[in-house]
Structures are given as structure tokens and as C-alpha cells.
Design a protein around this ligand. Structure first.
Ligand code: SF4
Length: 380
């Protein structure tokens, strides 16, 4: 029997600052960096306070996400990394990723990041084309993104690029041009996200007032099909719905999340998970550092029962190339086996999933409907 179990442990830092607000973004960030030093000091304290949360696991990945981690000053990044090595056993080959804005990248800065131990860069490109970049209020241009990619490749070749599709007024040709450019640039890993209009964003407000059209669904469906075709033909593994990587370049950090590994999330709005509970840090920069400075509670805890754990396994597993393992589910959650297996025949008959030995995987058709399939599989 294949036993699925958590394999690694990770640390995630949420850096809650951006130079300007993208019109579609509903992540937690602020453009007011006046509190940055206090937030970083509080993050260092949080790292020390919460080091027991993931036990004595060796840390295999460290990830700086946000927000825009490339706004961190060199000393701030260095102190956070030093603390990781001080309080945890970090594997010598740990994957250390930093998300960066193209405009923050230069050869000297990249050399500094590398000297601190960063070995993977995630670059927020989205598109090389000026009109959608301006429409989304991205701070960079297509030219600055190309320059940044080339500089990153010179110093830190383990690079991943974020690409968006389903943009307002988008076309298949726009996506083809961008994807071909990324293939030409020999990018080993891509994350591709479809634009969603979130209520509390500028796009959401304009959409509510009728000033912004919702992106055409048939175009985004054709775009996702195109991405799967072209990237698979170029040797990328479609290893999770939104992620494509060449062998040897799959994100170890994200795979740890999807495989149910432990992680400690540090910073305002960060989440943590250790098999027993999830913890959610307060999503407000001032409340975060004030609580930590005063030794007050700054997070909420949700204790996980068996049903929640199974639903989380279904939610993340079905999106990956490994899918979900029926033998593991039957052995670990026998009480839910009847309910879980009920929708499978119809999903199989409709060609939305396929079975490979004991595993259930999404088909091409199913990849377009993963949210619906997850809802069908969920234990109520
Ligand atoms: S840079 Fe990233 S986190 Fe910041 S506003 Fe834009 S999309 Fe959101």
C-alpha cells in the first residue's frame, strides 16, 4: 500500500509591503513602509517564540512571499535568515526562495541575495505587454521584466516566473506571445494564474459599478488548454493545476504544502500548520507588531479533526499530478470511505477523473473543473 505522509518542514515569511497596489490583488500588503522595521523585528521575535510549533523537524525549504519580499533591506533579509539557522536545524541543501519584483532586481542585489543563501527567485512578471501591465497597475514594464529575467538567470538560474491569463479584454495571441517569449528565455518553472475579480480590490469596485467587464470565460479556457499543450510539449511537468516545471525545478516548498507537510508561517496574515492545528496570524501590520511587542496573542488557532484533515488532503491532492490515493484514504479514514467513494463512478464515467492503480487523477477535462470536482469529493 502507498502511504502518503508528510515529508518535510518549511518556514514561510509573509513580507506585507508593496511599492504600489496592483488593481486585482487581495493579498495582505500595505504600501506604507513606515512600519517595516517594527514588523521585521516582530517577525524575528515570532520566529523565536514559535520555534516549537513544528517540533524538531529539519527545515527543507524557506520561502519569502508577500507582498513583495524584494522590498526588504539586505540587513533585514540577512537577520531573518540568520535567525532561521539559529533556531532551527536547516538542511544544508534547503531551497530558499525569494519573490521579487522585476524593478527591484539588479546584478549587485542578486549577488547579495545569493551570498545570504537565497537559491531560487520567483519573479512576478504576469505579462510582457504594456497595456495589460498598465491596466493592472503593475509597477514594472515588459522591458524591465526581460532585463530582470536575464540578470536573475546569470546569478540564480533556479528561477520561476508568474504568468497571468484570463485578463480583461485578453486574447489567446497575447498569451501565446508571452509564453513563447518565456520558453525562448529558457525559464525552467512557470506558475500560471487566471485573473479573478475579487470584491475588495480596485477591479472589484469597478466591476461592481459596471466599469470593468468580466474576462471572457471561453478565452481563459482556451488559454489554459494552450498552456497545457505547449508547456507539456516543451518538457514541463504539469505537476499542479497552476504550476509547470522542468524536471529538477519543481517547487519543493509548494510540494510540501500540497503533501501535507509541516510549516511555520511568520508575519502578518501568515498561516501555519503542524498536523494538529492551523494558526492564522492577524492580518494587520500594526496589530501584529503591537501584539508581539506586548506579548499578547496575535493569532487564531483552529484544531483539525479527521474530517477537516481529509478534506484538506482532497483539496490539495486532487490538484497535483500524483492525485489522491484511495488506499491511503481507506486505511486512514475508514469512517468516511463510503461517502468519499460515492461520487467516484460518475466522475469517472464523465471523464473528469481517471484511476491509475489506487490513485485518482484529474483528466484534461477535469483540470478545467477542479473546484467543482473538489466540492463533489468533499466530506460534508
Ligand atoms: S506586487 Fe504582488 S502582492 Fe503586491 S499588490 Fe501586486 S500582486 Fe499584490
Amino acid at each position: 500500500m502507498t502511504i502518503v505522509k508528510y515529508l518535510m518542514a518549511s518556514i514561510y515569511f509573509h513580507i506585507p509591503y508593496c511599492r504600489q497596489a496592483c488593481h486585482y490583488c487581495d493579498f495582505h500588503f500595505s504600501t506604507n513602509t513606515s512600519t517595516q522595521a517594527r514588523v521585521v523585528a516582530a517577525m524575528r521575535k515570532e520566529l523565536e517564540l514559535r520555534r516549537a510549533y513544528i517540533g524538531k523537524d529539519t527545515i527543507q525549504t524557506i520561502y519569502f512571499g508577500g507582498g513583495t519580499p524584494s522590498v526588504l533591506h539586505q540587513e533585514e533579509l540577512s537577520s531573518l535568515l540568520e535567525d532561521c539557522f539559529r533556531y532551527f536545524s536547516v538542511s544544508p541543501g534547503a531551497e530558499i526562495t525569494l519573490e521579487a519584483n522585476p524593478d527591484d532586481v539588479s546584478l549587485p542585489v542578486l549577488r547579495d541575495w545569493k551570498a545570504l543563501g537565497v537559491n531560487r527567485i520567483s519573479l512576478g512578471v504576469q505579462t510582457f505587454q504594456s497595456q495589460p501591465l498598465r491596466q493592472m497597475n503593475r509597477i514594472h514594464t515588459g522591458d524591465s521584466a526581460r532585463r530582470a529575467i536575464q540578470e536573475v538567470q546569470e546569478i540564480l538560474p533556479n528561477i520561476t516566473v508568474d504568468l497571468m491569463y484570463g485578463l480583461v479584454g485578453d486574447t489567446l495571441d497575447r498569451l501565446k506571445e508571452d509564453t513563447e517569449a518565456l520558453i525562448q528565455l529558457n525559464i525552467p518553472h512557470l506558475s500560471a494564474y487566471c485573473l479573478t475579480i475579487e470584491e475588495k480590490t480596485a477591479f472589484g469596485q469597478w466591476h461592481k459599478k459596471g466599469k470593468l467587464e468580466t474576462p471572457e470565460e471561453d478565452i481563459s479556457v482556451a488559454q489554459f488548454d494552450y498552456l497545457m499543450d505547449v508547456l507539456e510539449s516543451q518538457g514541463y511537468l504539469h505537476y499542479e493545476i497552476s504550476n509547470f516545471g522542468k524536471p529538477g525545478y519543481l517547487s519543493q516548498h509548494n510540494r510540501n504544502y500540497w503533501q501535507g507537510g509541516n510549516y511555520l508561517g511568520i508575519g502578518p496574515g501568515a498561516h501555519s500548520y503542524n498536523q494538529q492545528s492551523r494558526q492564522y496570524n492577524v492580518e494587520n501590520n500594526v496589530s501584529y507588531f503591537t501584539c508581539i511587542e506586548k506579548s499578547e496573542t496575535f493569532y487564531e488557532i483552529e484544531y483539525l479533526d479527521e474530517k477537516i484533515k481529509l478534506n484538506e488532503y482532497l483539496l490539495t491532492g486532487i490538484r497535483t499530478m500524483e492525485g489522491i490515493d484511495l488506499e491511503y484514504i481507506r486505511a486512514t479514514y475508514p469512517q468516511y470511505w463510503g461517502e468519499l467513494s460515492a461520487p467516484l463512478p460518475i466522475l469517472l464515467t464523465n471523464g473528469l477523473v481517471l484511476q491509475k492503480e489506487s490513485r485518482i487523477l484529474l483528466t484534461r477535462k477535469g483540470k478545467h473543473l477542479s473546484d467543482r470536482i473538489t466540492r463533489d469529493l468533499f466530506i460534508s
